[in-house]
Design a protein around this ligand. Structure first.
Ligand code: SF4
Length: 346
């Protein structure tokens, strides 16, 4: 607790600094691949449809996890040929550079057998469950897919006959260590690659695979995120990734992960993508209204309100506001007139 003599508030400053350091993820991370995770959720995350996490306490937990993982890598030097601490971190890109990956380490036995090393730090409850199950795939399917994805990607990139991943987890509460050797499953790798390749090529989000009573929707999403996931709200904030004019270059042999804008006919940089522009129009499937004419892009909401999206019509910010306010058009017109600008939902 801060005393009245304190000349600064450490908690506030640290949390603010962590929040200010938050950045969008440029590529789809192979670490996010999962064969059972809802494809719509993965698409929405990849297209920046949810706000950045700015909760300082959550961010500190993530950063502490990263530090613990670094500490483990630093203390396994004799067994690691390549790791993220010796500045030779091994990784790569695929699908035109839109999917990226980095391994924590690459180990080699005395017999010359290679294995990738994947490290996680977890809280006590999760760690105890992992020990009890003794099976990574049952405990966390996404981590298992991450190991499969990394093994497959490393095999393709290096040609090494990598047959296993050494999965190492440390309990954050008491530093116990769990280790499991994960065998390469070529069929799972092909499935993972196929799902990711399909997802990054999709122009519109697939339908939700979870309903509103699913515990993952109720417990792990706030009300607004639930609305976006269930197709009842547009995302809060517009950017190029959720604009209908943005397109990926999936064939770029130099793997630059390039995005182009079909409206302005140019390549858009990562910084530009985050800002978006005044010409932004939502990917139509993100608008919670029926597209009744796809030539004129005329939408109709449940209460019969008809509108178009665009600079000359309703801006994306106005639509985001309207769908959160029962499509009361008079209100938004009043707001825009009064403040003379775009509506932005924070
Ligand atoms: S129209 Fe604007 S927001 Fe949309 S992709 Fe082009 S630059 Fe981005």
């Amino acid at each position: 607790m801060m005393t009245s003599l304190a000349i600064f508030n450490a908690e506030q400053l640290i949390h603010k600094s962590l929040a200010m350091g938050q950045r969008r993820r440029e590529h789809f991370g192979l670490s996010q691949a999962s064969l059972i995770k809802c494809a719509r959720m993965m698409w929405l995350e990849d297209r920046w449809c949810f706000p950045l996490i700015l909760d300082g306490r959550k961010l500190m937990i993530f950063r502490l996890g990263d530090k613990v993982e670094d500490l483990i890598v630093e203390n396994l030097p004799g067994h690691l040929l390549v790791s993220k601490t010796n500045e030779q971190q091994e990784g790569g890109k695929m699908f035109g550079g839109h999917v990226g990956w980095h391994i924590d380490g690459l180990a080699c036995s005395e017999q010359g057998v290679f294995a990738i090393v994947e490290i996680k730090s977890v809280n006590q409850t999760r760690f105890n469950r992992l020990v009890k199950l003794g099976d990574l795939k049952q405990w966390d399917e996404q981590y298992w897919c991450q190991c499969q994805g990394y093994m497959g990607a490393m095999r393709e990139k290096t040609g090494y006959d990598i047959q296993t991943a050494e999965f190492v987890a440390m309990c954050k509460n008491d530093s116990r260590v769990y280790q499991e050797s994960i065998e390469f499953d070529p069929y799972a790798y092909e499935q993972i690659k196929e799902k990711i390749g399909w997802l990054v090529a999709l122009d519109a989000p697939p339908p939700p695979e979870m309903n509103e009573s699913d515990y993952r929707v109720k417990n792990f999403m706030d009300d607004d995120d639930q609305g976006v996931y269930l197709g009842r709200l547009t995302p809060k904030q517009s950017n190029c990734r959720n604009c209908r004019y943005a397109a990926r270059d999936l064939k770029d042999e130099r793997l630059r992960g390039r995005w182009g804008c079909r409206k302005h006919r140019k390549i858009i940089s990562f910084e530009e993508q985050q800002r978006g522009c005044r010409s932004h129009e939502w990917v139509p499937e993100l608008v919670p209204a029926q597209l009744i004419d796809d030539e004129t892009m005329l939408f109709e909401s449940d209460n019969g309100f008809q509108f178009r999206n665009g600079e000359e019509h309703l801006t994306s910010g106005q639509i985001a506001w309207l769908c959160r306010n029962d499509w009361q058009r008079d209100e938004v017109t009043h707001l825009v007139d009064e403040f003379d600008g775009e509506v932005e939902i924070l």
